[in-house]
Ligand binder design. Structure first.
Ligand SMILES: Cc1cc2nc3c(=O)[nH]c(=O)nc-3n(C[C@H](O)[C@H](O)[C@H](O)COP(=O)(O)O)c2cc1C
Length: 384
């Protein structure tokens, strides 16, 4: 056997060896950069990708079906230009009080499920990172790995609680009363994602033993329901807001609103703020980017209640664009998650601080020194 042939045989042996195969979940990289080397929030995703098991990364990165909306959420920010203005005096003040919660920046952490898959201390670790970044409020998911009271107690920044409505009013009561007793300063009721599928996560579920979250449609094709739709959320009715209002003593928000008509219905049913979101492209594919529908919703709401916004934000300039189109504040879903997955609470803190700093820079360059001075004149909209 020639030297060349024996090297080929050795490579084939190594390529097929179980040891190499088992490292499939470890990313192909030469060096993972350290926390201080990362310049923007987008770069944290690559580090998290390197450090996390594939199915854990995938579940967070995926969108619904063909992921048109997931991509469009980012693209929409390219269709809105900022108009620079010069020569304005004074420091930038980004502080705001939103629904009774005082904030140094108009930024909150969106509710996202199962942080325990990314870090042993799960949402407690995220909350520590958020609190370290100028006391950023955190909305704790209904599907958190740790109970609300443990997450709230882990750090000082304000916590809001998110609810996926349950058909049993009693189940909602128990959850909401417990969270409010533990200090929840607002209740966010999520009304989208009634019938979602993350196809790529479903593949992981099939391929990776014990891994890969399937999303709401994981429990599919139950007896009597041959469709891929998880039937636990098919009963939703607007009157749900009226039913839980007596239980909710703090401000109540509706999350997942994408039209002016629905925003008006929310207000009719006693909601205190509208949360514009398409679940980060995870609810229904081919819905518009949230930035595209924001002006319509702000106009329909006509200042009656605050409008908050998420889906796709990765830059301080993205935040400024959402504020210019009428949002009072924004929420961040995946960005702090990639911080958590790469460096724990220090990563969450750094991602938030980068976005805060970028917002200040963008305000400075557009001649706005406080949030009240941000208006639609600051942007030129080129939506297709
Ligand atoms: C992994 C993951 C889990 C999520 N879990 C929840 C949840 O439990 N409840 C909820 O209301 N929204 C959930 N969302 C949606 C987020 O609250 C938010 O709307 C979305 O992530 C914003 O888009 P962005 O990730 O581009 O910032 C989740 C999003 C992701 C990526």
């Amino acid at each position: 056997m020639s030297r060349r042939q024996s090297l080929q045989a050795l490579s084939a042996f190594l390529a097929g060896s179980p040891l190499i195969n088992s490292q499939d979940v470890v990313r192909d990289h030469t060096r993972v950069p350290g926390l201080k080397e990362l310049q923007n929030a987008l770069e944290f995703e690559e580090v998290a990708f390197s450090k996390l098991a594939r199915s854990v990364y995938n579940y967070r990165a995926y969108g619904e079906e063909g992921e048109f909306t997931l991509r469009r959420n980012r693209q929409a920010f390219d269709w809105v230009e900022l108009i620079p203005r010069r020569i304005n005096a004074g420091m930038v003040d980004t502080s705001i009080e939103l629904l009774g919660t005082k904030m140094a920046f108009p930024i909150l952490v969106s509710p996202t499920a199962a942080h325990g898959e990314m870090h042993p201390d799960g949402e407690k670790e995220t909350h520590k990172g958020a609190a370290a970044a100028a006391n950023t409020p955190m909305i704790v998911s209904n599907n958190s790995s740790f109970p609300f009271d443990k997450v709230a107690a882990a750090a000082e920044s304000p916590t809001w609680v998110q609810l996926y409505p349950k058909q049993s009013l009693e189940a909602n009561r128990q959850y909401l009363e417990g969270a409010q007793a533990a200090g929840a300063k607002a209740v966010v009721v999520t009304i989208d994602q009634q019938a979602s599928v993350y196809e790529r996560a479903q593949h992981d579920r099939n391929l990776v033993q014990g891994g890969g979250r399937g999303g709401p449609r994981a429990a599919r094709a139950q007896a009597g329901n041959p469709y891929r739709v998880f039937d636990g959320r098919l009963w939703y009715e607007w009157k749900f807001f009226d039913q839980i209002r007596p239980i909710v003593k703090v401000p109540m928000l509706a999350k997942g609103v994408l039209t002016g008509a629905d925003a008006k219905l929310c207000i009719e049913h006693g909601v205190d703020a509208i949360y514009v979101s398409n679940h980060g492209g995870r609810s229904m594919d081919y819905t518009p980017a949230t930035l595209e529908v924001l002006p319509e919703i702000v106009d329909a709401v006509a200042g009656k209640v605050p409008v908050i916004f998420d889906s796709g934000i990765r830059r301080g300039s993205d935040i400024l664009k959402a504020l210019a189109l009428g949002a009072s504040a924004v929420c961040l879903g995946r960005a702090p998650l990639w911080g958590l997955g790469s460096f724990g609470s220090a990563g969450v803190q750094r991602v938030l601080e980068i976005l805060q700093a970028e917002l200040v820079e963008a305000m400075r360059e557009t001649g706005r020194t406080n949030l009240a001075s941000i208006d639609r004149k600051l942007v030129r909209i080129n939506f297709p």
